[in-house]
Write a protein that binds this ligand. Structure first.
Ligand code: T46
Length: 138
């Protein structure tokens, strides 16, 4: 089981162009406490390499594209974000890496918590240990 979901946002459009609205409890199934965006990522760079303990997030390539590698400790999957109407909801213990950023990529992330370094697991073996511990406690 992966703790992720692809959300298709409704695009509100008219002759002037397009607009997508994201609201807590509507497109975002959590309280929104933080927004950040990643841009100007250099060619060949892979970001992430961590998991979160409690954080819920939605990632949207509002411009350009990038690929998310999602790893639940048992399986890995790659998800291409290439359209502003597509949101990747990630929750729970998921190792993530982001790669193949297009030069123009702006990756917007909406998060359920304020920035907290203690919520990060930045060591892959520690992540696997935590997955095993969680499975035992199920
Ligand atoms: C995630 C992926 C998708 C802050 O000070 N405040 C913040 O809200 C964030 C997100 C980062 N930072 C600082 C911490 C580092 O010194 O900005 C620097 C770069 O952060 P990091 O290396 O964690 O960036 P990424 O791209 O590897 O990961 C980020 C998020 O941190 C992470 O939560 O899930 O994007």
């Amino acid at each position: 089981m992966y703790n992720y979901e692809l959300i298709n946002f409704q695009t509100l459009g008219d002759e002037r162009g397009s607009l997508i609205a994201i609201e807590e409890g509507y497109n975002a199934p959590f309280e929104i406490k933080r927004v950040y965006y990643i841009f100007d990522t250099k060619k060949g760079v892979i970001r992430g390499y961590h998991a979160h303990i409690n954080l819920k997030q939605i990632a949207i390539a509002v411009k350009g594209s990038c690929t998310f590698v999602i790893d639940n400790g048992k399986q890995r999957e790659e998800i291409l974000l290439d359209n502003p109407n597509k949101g990747l909801l990630i929750e729970g213990l998921i190792w993530r890496e982001m790669k193949d950023f297009s030069e123009d990529c702006v990756l917007l992330v909406i998060a359920s918590e304020h920035y907290d370094e203690t919520d990060y697991i930045r060591d892959y073996q520690k992540f696997i240990d935590k997955v095993i511990e969680n499975d035992k406690n199920k």
